[in-house]
Design a protein around this ligand. Structure first.
Ligand code: GLU
Length: 508
């Protein structure tokens, strides 16, 4: 590690909703910064105007806020290197492009898009790919093949141009990645990428390097998809004579079967979100689901993401944000891609759910209960939540598991009737209702005892009675412990449901 102050940045392009892979990149940057007492920066890279999507920047900011990832400097926060949105820094990049031209590291190219297209097509026809490089640039319309007067004249006439980086010939670029180790690339394999366009806009490569330098970034932590750009970036640092930051390229998030990068289509196909928040495409109106709207707790979501690519080296799986900050290190980020596991993701939410207090869960659940028009008291709702929470992964599932606490069964499960309802059931249940009217107090422990002795003294079968009783109270063969349900329903409602159930079922 260098002795420079630790400064990292998350640098998304607002070209759509933030994929969970992007959230993970932001998270690892955040954990690394906080662990080392460093600074976390949010920079918006919006130089590619053709790919700009309205609403995407706000979406990114809201997503990171939901996750609890905080920035010390950035678009909304401000800071000593403001502005932090590249389109607001536009006037700054030309100077750097000019510097590279002056030092011979870059050149003007006047080839039209049509000419380049033609070259690409010709190459394709002979099963090759066209690259603008040390060989081809000798025969193309660029300043390397023109007199300075000619170049000046063309620019003066307003002829559109791009500035291309002049990849040095016959060199090896040696890169040190904190996750991948040493990587060496020969410059023959690289092409003369565009750095700047005559409309005054830099490309990603130039703006990214200039800003990382000006913002004094010490560590660039980003997705593996940027690894192919690293040789160019290193060469750019060298061309400017700047010290390069450390680099760490994070492994990809893979589809659940491990075959390729996790995409939005996998989420649609397999029924899980790949975005942190719901997103509505401003052009097509298409809606994509989000973790927040699907009932995930942000801390569970963050915990799950942290372990997709990093491991603590112990068996521990549950980490608060503070614990993640304490434990995180880039050394324990793997090289191989991590398979996304939708079931494990639910498991994390379940773990967080069962650890929430009944009071907190009841407050969340009350929003759903309210919308259904029920008004249980806090105490009752907390008891219900306590009984149900082991059975669910998400708060809204509490309703599916326990709606019978609030409303009597409308129907009775036919399969259960067929299997459990016997000729004697109606009489037995009527007798049981009469007996229950004498049980006092009507709490779970007393009910357990009372039911047991009533069944025994009448020489009845425990299983048979309990299954039919459950059918009448719940409408199906589900739910928590029966005496707990009865205690919550109360004596009057329990007896009413038994009588109503018997009356309904005998008529079927
Ligand atoms: N703007 C790039 C992106 O959208 C940033 C890549 C980097 O971190 O250098 O991912």
């Amino acid at each position: 590690m260098t002795n420079k102050p630790i400064r990292v940045r998350f640098a998304p392009s607002p070209t759509g909703p933030l994929h969970i892979g992007g959230v993970r990149t932001a998270l690892y940057n955040y954990l690394f910064a906080k662990k080392h007492g460093g600074t976390m920066i949010l920079r918006i890279e919006d130089t590619d105007q053709g790919r700009f999507v309205p609403g995407a920047e706000d979406y990114i900011i809201e997503s990171l806020e939901w996750c609890g990832i905080r920035f010390d400097e950035g678009v909304n926060t401000g800071g000593p290197h403001a502005p932090y949105r590249q389109s607001d820094r536009k006037s700054l990049y030309k100077e750097y492009s000019d510097k590279l031209i002056a030092s011979g590291h870059a050149y003007y190219a006047f080839d039209t898009p049509e000419e380049l297209d033609e070259l690409r097509k010709m190459a394709e026809a002979s099963k090759q790919t066209f690259t603008y490089n040390a060989v081809t640039r000798k025969n193309l319309r660029n300043s390397l093949n023109m007199s300075p007067q000619e170049v000046e004249q063309k620019i003066g006439e307003g002829m559109p141009y791009v500035v291309r980086f002049r990849i040095p010939e016959n060199r090896e670029v040696v890169m040190n990645d904190l996750i991948r180790g040493k990587v060496v690339v020969k410059t023959e394999t690289l092409d003369d990428k565009v750095l700047f366009k005559s409309d005054g806009m830099p490309t990603y490569h130039l703006a990214n390097i200039v800003d990382d330098h000006l913002m004094e970034i010490s560590h660039v932590i980003r997705g593996e998809e940027w690894l192919p750009s690293l040789p160019l970036h290193i060469l750019l640092y060298q061309a400017f004579g700047w010290q390069e930051p450390e680099f760490a390229h994070l492994p990809l998030l893979l589809k659940p079967d491990g075959n390729g990068k996790l995409s939005k289509r996998d989420g649609d196909r397999l029924g899980f979100p790949v975005f942190p928040l719901k997103w509505k495409d401003p052009f097509t109106g298409e809606i994509s689901s989000g973790y927040r709207e699907s009932g995930y707790f942000p801390d569970a979501f963050v915990n799950m993401l942290a372990l997709l690519g990093w491991n603590p080296g112990t068996e521990q799986e549950l980490f608060s944000m503070d614990e993640l900050i304490q434990s995180f290190s880039l050394e324990r980020v793997g090289k191989a891609g991590s398979k996304f596991d939708p079931e494990k993701t639910k498991w994390f939410n379940h773990q967080y759910l069962i650890r929430k207090s009944n009071r907190e869960l009841a407050a969340d659940f009350r929003k759903i209960i309210d919308s259904k028009g029920f008004k249980p008291d806090d105490n009752t709702l907390e008891k219900i939540v306590e009984l149900l929470k082991e059975r669910v992964n998400f708060v809204p599932e509490l309703w599916n598991e326990g709606s019978f606490f609030f409303q009597q069964p409308e129907t009775y499960d036919e399969q259960v009737i067929k299997k459990r309802w016997k000729a004697e059931s109606a009489d037995q249940m009527t007798a049981l209702a009469a007996f229950l009217s004498s049980v006092e107090p009507f709490d779970s422990a007393t009910l357990d005892q009372a039911l047991k002795s009533w069944i025994e003294s009448n020489a009845m079968n425990m299983g048979a009675i309990m299954n039919v009783l459950r059918l009448l109270l719940v409408g199906a063969a589900k739910g928590p412990h029966l005496a707990d349900i009865m205690a919550i329903l109360g004596k009057e409602e329990t007896i009413r449901r038994i009588q109503r159930g018997v009356a309904t079922i005998v008529q079927l």
